[in-house]
Design a protein around this ligand. Sequence first.
Ligand SMILES: [Zn+2]
Length: 257
Amino acid sequence: MIFDTHCHIYDSKYEESIDEIIYKCLSFDVGLMMVVGDNIVDSKKCDEISKQYNEVYSAVGVHPEEVDTDDFDKMEEQLTSLVLNNNKIKAIGEIGLDYYWKNDEDTKSKQKKYFIKQIEIANKLDLPIIIHARDSVTDCIEILKEHPCINKGVFHCFSGSVEQAQIIIKMGYYIGLDGPVTYKNSKTPKEVAKIVPSDKLVIETDSPYLPPVPYRGKTNYPYYCKEIIQEIAIIREADYKEIEELTFENGKRLFKI
Ligand SMILES: [Zn+2]
């Protein structure tokens, strides 16, 4: 069975209902899904979906690009009350740093403040974290050295170097790989896919974004995990089934499912 450890099936990009998407996922052997929030409104959607469907677990949190949307002072109470009322919320995420669009010092320091606070919330609630790090892996590593998450977590859609992956793995965090590992020109994710230890690799789609080959330019779905697993199996000279099973077990261990 497949575990898509990072998807946004509540996204307005989807024309189908969540019912239809999940039904199709199950028929394609996706047995577990982690729906991840970007802000408080979406986190509430994730909370609801995970309450409705056996196969779905959820993560709640404020994404670095959403720090202007959600009130810092209310965040702890909002996230805590969601977690305490739903035992299928298994992580705080996605949280982290994103310097792709804006990288002035004010933006960076605001994002860091939200990131650190949410690591503390995860520690209080005894949860791991889902880390979003775009053009910011070094800073994320620095923050985690000073503010470690007790239950660790995953660098989702990892786009850093092999050296950075090795540091992260040594610190006890998992590496999440998705669509870009299948892109012909994206060399680094392929190199990373080769070196991640078998007990630290998880699969994700980040759907509806980042569809793997041959679906580029289209909407992504959790059942496109198959293409990602297939590519990783080729890179690691492993069997498809072996990668499917080990990443499924890794996801369950990471999120204590
Ligand atoms: Zn995401």
